[in-house]
Design a protein around this ligand. Structure first.
Ligand SMILES: [Zn+2]
Length: 154
């Protein structure tokens, strides 16, 4: 609990014990989100997903990616050109497996999402390569509608 040596980042907003995460997440989600595993390519439920919506963190519900930025990368993992809100993802150097990659984690709960590469097709040049099981597609109209006070709670 005292490994807070990193700079301006506060402790994650959503903090749960290991056993709480195990209870909440499926075994595969737990391995990816908490143990930084990678799901097998072309196995995730969102690889070929085309529906409109917001991809939220499967662990804590934080808004991560918009379907507008999703593209078919051919890699076997859901791929995005940019996050919905850059503040909602945390990027950090990952030297595992003898490679230098940039790991993408959820800024709210510290859950592992995937990696970002610099060969993306969009104006950002970024390719966010994200595990399906770290994501949960929310098809409801974006947060703008939810903020409308005249809208009765469903
Ligand atoms: Zn999260």
């Amino acid at each position: 609990m005292t490994d807070t040596t990193h700079t301006q980042n506060h402790a994650p907003a959503v903090e749960k014990s290991d056993s709480e995460w195990r209870e909440q997440l499926s075994p595969e989600q737990y391995e990816v989100l908490r143990n930084k595993a990678t799901e097998r390519p072309f196995t995730g439920e969102y690889v070929n997903e085309k529906r409109d919506g917001t991809y939220r963190c499967a662990a804590c519900g934080s808004e991560l990616f918009s379907s507008d930025t999703k593209f078919d990368s051919g890699t076997g993992w859901p791929s995005f050109t940019e996050p919905a809100n850059r503040a909602n993802v945390k990027l950090s150097a990952d030297w595992s497996y003898g490679m230098h990659r940039i790991e993408v984690t959820c800024a709210a709960c510290d859950g592992h999402l995937g990696h970002v590469f610099s060969d993306g097709p969009g104006s950002t040049g970024e390719r966010y390569c994200i595990n399906s099981c770290s994501l949960s597609l929310d098809e409801s109209p974006a947060a703008a509608a939810a903020a409308d006070e005249t809208e009765p709670a469903a």
